[in-house]
Design a protein around this ligand. Sequence first.
Ligand SMILES: *Cc1c(COP(=O)(O)O)cnc(C)c1O
Length: 401
Amino acid sequence: MRTGQTQLFIPGPTNVPEVVRQAMNVAQQDMRAHDFGDLTLPIFADLKTLFRCETGRVMLFPGSGTAAWEAAITNTLNTGDRILIARHGQFSTLWAQMAERLGLVVEAIDLAWGAACPVNEIARRLGADREGAIKAVFVTHNETATGVTSDVAGVRRALDECFHDALLFVDGVSSIGSLDFRMEEWGVDLAVAGTQKGLMCPAGLGILGVSDKAMAASRTATMRRAYFDFADMAAMNAVGQFPYTPPTPLLHGLRRALDRILREEGLDAVIARHRRLAEAVRRGVAAMGLEIVAEHHSICSDTVTAIRVPEGVDARDVIRIAYDEFNTSLGSGLGPLNGRVFRIGHLGDLNEAMVLTALSVAELALVRAGADLRFGAGVGAAQAHFAAQRGTAPRMQIAAE
Ligand SMILES: *Cc1c(COP(=O)(O)O)cnc(C)c1O
C-alpha cells in the first residue's frame, strides 16, 4: 500500500489539476440536443486561439495523438505519395512507420537521437525536388523521446524559399499548449496534439489543426478513410456536434483546462513557466554531472528532459527504484535509449516544488542504482535558479471576463 501522493514526472499523461478533474464529474448529456454547441463551439474557438490558428480549423477525434497522426495523413494524401521526414527519436520514427504502413513513400533523413530536425538538409532536398514529388514534410516539433525542440518556422522558410507546395505536417503533441507554437504564422497545414500532455486532461481526444490548404487537399485526396473523415467531422462540427459519440466528460475537462491556460494563467505565462521550470531541471541535471540527450542547449525542450545515466548504471533500475521505493514515476528511455536514459517530464500542471521533488528523487534513485553522485547537488542548483528568479515569477491572475 502506498501513502501520500504518487508523483508523476512522465511526459504524458500529465497531472490533471483538481479543478479539471471536478469539471469532468458531470452527468451524461444529450449529444444531439440543440444546445450541445454551447459546450463545444467555444472549445473549438479556444483551441484555435491555443494553436494560434486564424484561418483554419481545429478538430477533435476520439482517440489519442496517434489517431490525429492518422487523420492528418489519410485525409490529405494519396497512396504512393512521397513524404519527407527526419527520424531523430521514437516519435518521429513511429510517425514515419505509420506513413509507410498507410502506403506512402517515406524519404527519411536519419539522424542521431538527440539532433533536431535539420532545416538545411530539408531545404536542400526540397530545392532538388524540381518535379514536386514530395507532397508533405513531417516535423516533430518536440521529440518527446529525446527532449529536443525543432525549428518549425525554419522548415516553413525552407518550403517558401524553394516555392515548394508540399503540405507541412507538425507533431505538436508535447509542445502545443506548453511551448511557443504558431500554426498560422508558421504556415502549418496539419498540427497534431492530444489532450493528455500540455492540456492537462486524461487521454481520449486527438486534436488536429487543419489549414484551409489542408482542408482543400482533403476534398481531392483519395486515400481510404472512414472514421476520421474531415468532411463528416466538419459538417457536424458546424452545428457543434460530432459524427459519433464524443467523450462529453472529457470535453468538460478540456473546457476547464482551456480556461486555465488561456484566461487564468495566460498562454504567454504558461510558456514562460515551462521555460523557467525546464531551465531549473537542466541546471540540476548538469550539477549532478549528468549529460542530456539533446545535442545542443539551443534545441533543449522546455517540456521534457532526457538524461543519460552514468556508465555502469541501468536507467531501468533508476526508474524502478523511484517507482517502487519513492512513489515517483520517471519517464523511460525509449527504443535504443532504453536502459541508458531516463526522462523527466515537466509539462502541464507543474510548479517549482514539484520540480525539486523530481530532482531530489532522481538523485536518490540514481544513488540507490549505483551512481556515484553527491546528494543535493541537482536540487541545490535548481533551488539557486528559483531563488534568483524570486519576485519576477508571474502570479496567476484571473482575468475579468
Ligand atoms: C505522446 C506523443 C505522441 C503519441 O500520442 P498518443 O496520445 O500516445 O497517441 C506522438 N507524438 C509525440 C511527440 C508525443 O509526445
